[in-house]
Design a protein around this ligand. Sequence first.
Ligand code: COA
Length: 170
Amino acid sequence: MSAAVTNADWRHMHADDLTMVYETGCIVHPDYPEAKSVFEDRFNLYPKGCFVLQAGQGQLGYAISHPWPAFTIPALNVELCSIPDNAKSYYLHDIALLPQARAGGYASIVVGKMAEQARDDGFSTMALVAVNGSQGFWERQGFKVVEHDALTGKLKTYSDDARYMMRELI
Ligand SMILES: CC(C)(COP(=O)(O)OP(=O)(O)OC[C@H]1O[C@@H](n2cnc3c(N)ncnc32)[C@H](O)[C@@H]1OP(=O)(O)O)[C@@H](O)C(=O)NCCC(=O)NCCS
């Protein structure tokens, strides 16, 4: 563990965090830009799946998740507007930490919080698309790559190395 920051804590996101959350997304994900309205959309649909890493007066990262159908992938930078009735899995849209907050275990902590939320809401699986070389991180969190023909084209719209990953919640 070697994060520059050691005094941060995860808390649920509030509506007035969204500007900072959006700005963090722009810094952390220059290759996957998403409009502020997309962050607002996820927060409005499922606020209990949204978290902010707070240190003093500053925010150092966010985590966003919501129910979603298994083996399907939301398009990037598109508002969902509603959660489909067949949303039987729990989707991790993103965890994004500013560089000074990485390698301190904060991402692992919020994965645990999202898994707890998913279990509480009755889901038995969590899924995500791994990008930015994060597959190894997700494997440490119990996710496994799932190959599925129907996903191949959609994954390519993220990046060549994007992988759909799933974790059983027991
Ligand atoms: C991916 C990310 C959230 C991980 O955050 P982090 O602070 O490094 O995570 P943690 O400190 O909780 O690491 C947990 C473990 O995963 C390992 N790990 C972290 N990133 C890894 C990676 N890319 N590949 C392999 N292992 C990784 C850590 O070494 C640590 O191992 P340990 O338990 O043996 O000490 C962070 O690097 C980030 O914000 N990246 C940019 C945004 C991003 O790509 N998000 C994921 C999009 S799908």
